[in-house]
Design a protein around this ligand. Structure first.
Ligand SMILES: Cc1ncc(COP(=O)(O)O)c(C=O)c1O
Length: 380
């Protein structure tokens, strides 16, 4: 650090220069992110809560009330009247916390999860020194229930399933999984799908083809869903929800010099602006607002699929959600060529495929700009 500070306008010039290096969602060039521009109300509200710290909640009863309201709004969306939970920093912290709690409650280490699970599960397993049992996928890229059952025994601490996989957006058969887990806790990672699937279900009643995946499945003990992905919130906001009361008491420690006597979450000092932002955007949009957003994303997903087919790129599956993957033998090469052209796609490992996440910032106009670039990149 320099001895003498700089005048504000000079610092702002430096910061603006750095900001220009970043790629904004508004550029229309980001096709591989599961986050998007926060809703304007979320951005505005976030800045009002810069001082709040849910790590010391006694000082911030208003912020705490918003956290509890978020959990209860999600309870009504995900079919559980009496719900418990916390707003954490995202899907990774939620998965780590869910595994930590399972280890503490059961005293066991074995975690059963599908090959499609997000890499945060591997992070959690390594951190907690738990034992991975990775289950292969069936022909629809969902956890193979038969193989899961073969590995289920009284050594298992947790079964983790995914509602909206990161790579393909598919939903594990949570109802069938729940029918065989018995006493083993069942966690659903709906970090991405949690703000998409409920609205797809109401947009297409009767023919959405999505099996029950939330608290309707009575064996589901915990579920994670991230407002900072399809929820329109600012970063960082990811919720971990529980069916049982005092869910995190098993991992709590005493916090003698704070306003509350127990600390329940992994983080001490906690971002709270994003909690207020998530509350504001959920109140503002309501179910109808989210339905409109999800309908638009699905419409754009169909449009993108049509444009990609015109280039000879075939979808790996008919998209369930606003994630579209198309077969390509060398997705890394295409991804790199597109990056050089200033466009950001993602990829799938198995089968090799190019992956597009059709977030609210992806529009028909941005697709129309990207497609000729992709056509060029395929030939480079
Ligand atoms: C299904 C799923 N779970 C967990 C995560 C991790 O979320 P975060 O990056 O917010 O920690 C992701 C991220 O994309 C995800 O798709």
């Amino acid at each position: 650090m320099d001895r003498k500070g700089l005048p504000k306008d000079e610092v702002m010039r430096l910061v603006s220069g750095m900001k220009e290096l970043d790629i904004s969602f508004g550029s229309g060039r980001i096709f591989g992110s599961m986050c998007t521009s926060p809703h304007p109300i979320a951005a505005e509200v976030d800045g009002m809560f810069l001082e709040s710290n849910l790590g010391n909640p006694g000082l911030y009863p208003g912020t705490l009330e918003m956290e509890q309201e978020i959990i209860s709004m999600l309870g009504s969306l995900l079919h559980l009247d009496r719900i418990y939970g916390h707003v954490l920093s995202g899907g990774t912290e939620a998965n780590i916390t869910a595994l930590y709690r399972a280890k503490k409650i059961t005293g066991r280490k074995k975690v059963i999860f599908p090959a499609s699970a997000h890499f945060s599960v591997l992070k959690a397993l390594s951190l907690l020194d738990m034992e991975p049992v990775m289950i292969p996928l069936d022909e629809d890229f969902r956890m193979d229930v038969q193989q899961m059952e073969d590995h289920l025994d009284d050594e298992a601490a947790l079964v983790l399933s995914v509602a909206g996989t990161t790579e393909l957006g598919v939903v594990d058969p949570v109802d069938r999984i729940g029918s065989i887990t018995g006493d083993v806790p069942l966690h659903v990672d709906a970090a991405f799908g949690g703000f998409v699937l409920p609205f797809l279900e109401t947009l297409h009643p009767g023919d959405h083809g999505i099996p029950p995946w939330d608290f309707r499945v009575k064996e589901v003990t915990s579920l994670s869903v991230d407002p900072h992905k399809m929820g329109g919130s600012t970063i960082p906001a990811g919720c971990l929800l529980f069916r049982e009361e005092a869910p995190l008491k098993h991992i709590s420690v005493s916090s003698p010099y704070l306003t509350s006597t127990k600390a329940y979450t992994l983080a001490g000092t906690r971002d709270s602006g994003a909690v207020a932002a998530a509350y504001a955007v959920m109140k503002h949009l309501g179910r109808e607002g989210y339905e409109r957003i999800v309908a638009a994303c699905m419409d754009n997903t169909s449009y993108l699929e049509k444009r990609l087919r015109e280039l000879g790129l075939e979808p790996v599956i008919e998209p369930v959600m606003n994630i579209l993957a198309v077969h390509h033998p060398d997705p890394d090469l295409v991804q790199e060529r597109m990056r050089k052209r200033g466009f950001f796609l993602s990829r799938v490992r198995d089968p090799p495929a190019l992956r597009f996440v059709v977030m609210p910032h992806v529009t028909r106009a941005s697709i129309d700009v990207m497609i000729p670039e992709l056509e060029g990149a395929l030939k480079d």
